[in-house]
Design a binder for this molecule. Structure first.
Ligand SMILES: [Zn+2]
Length: 219
């Protein structure tokens, strides 16, 4: 794979990967940044007929906020793990737990904002271990539940697109919120085995960080 393009959409990231026959986009950002997303796609050379697939790491509004637009206007297929497909289709997220009083505010906020998600049809239901070769991308999908039940990460060479399993707000850490803490911790343990020791994590929030930093992340 040639180099990909990180697209910063406010506080959340999307990643545009060139593939044979077009592009694959990982996550889609918030609706308020739609114009920026469109400009970034065009600047990278992506056109409506060349955006082959949008892979959502999970259905939260800040990652899935533009997928309906990309499906309708860019004719992209939308992929999400089968366990999160219903949440994306209905726009209704399951309740989330946070740690501490500050996180309660986050939980309240996220429940407010998720009502802004109109829902989006799912074209491709992803499963653990699935290859993305059918869309021209030499990459594999890993099911890493916890933040949501269908959260996934995508390993592409030594680059791991982690969604909200990890975040890099000020330093490498977690996304704070979980549907299930036990699953989240198991997924954190598992991702240390998945990402090569000299690999790089590309989180949904904040900048990239080396795989070595995973050892210090606790939830
Ligand atoms: Zn997020």
């Amino acid at each position: 794979m040639t180099t990909f393009t990180p697209i910063k959409l406010g506080f959340v990231n999307a990643y545009l990967l060139p593939v044979s026959g077009g592009y694959v986009l990982i996550d889609s950002g918030i609706p308020g940044k739609r114009a920026e997303l469109g400009s970034a796609l065009k600047a990278a050379g992506c056109r409506a007929d060349s955006l082959r697939l949008v892979v959502l790491t999970h259905p939260d509004y800040d990652h899935a906020g533009n997928c309906l637009w990309l499906r309708d206007s860019w004719k992209a297929k939308i992929a999400i793990h089968e366990a999160d497909a219903e949440a994306l289709e209905t726009g209704v997220m399951l309740p989330r737990k946070g740690i501490g009083a500050v996180m309660k505010v986050f939980v309240g906020l996220s429940s407010l904002l998720r009502s802004a998600n109109p829902g989006c049809p799912v074209d491709v239901r992803l499963a653990e271990g699935q290859s993305l070769a059918d869309w021209g991308l030499d990459a594999r999908v890993y099911h890493l539940p916890g933040h949501t039940r269908g959260s996934v990460g995508i390993l592409c060479g030594k680059d791991f697109f982690a969604g909200d399993l990890v975040a890099n707000w000020k330093k490498p850490g977690t996304a704070f919120l979980a549907e299930n803490f036990e699953d989240y911790r198991a997924s954190l343990a598992r991702v240390r085995q998945i990402v090569p020791a000299d690999g790089t994590l590309w989180p949904g929030h904040g900048g990239p960080f080396p795989a070595a930093a995973l050892a210090d992340i606790r939830f």
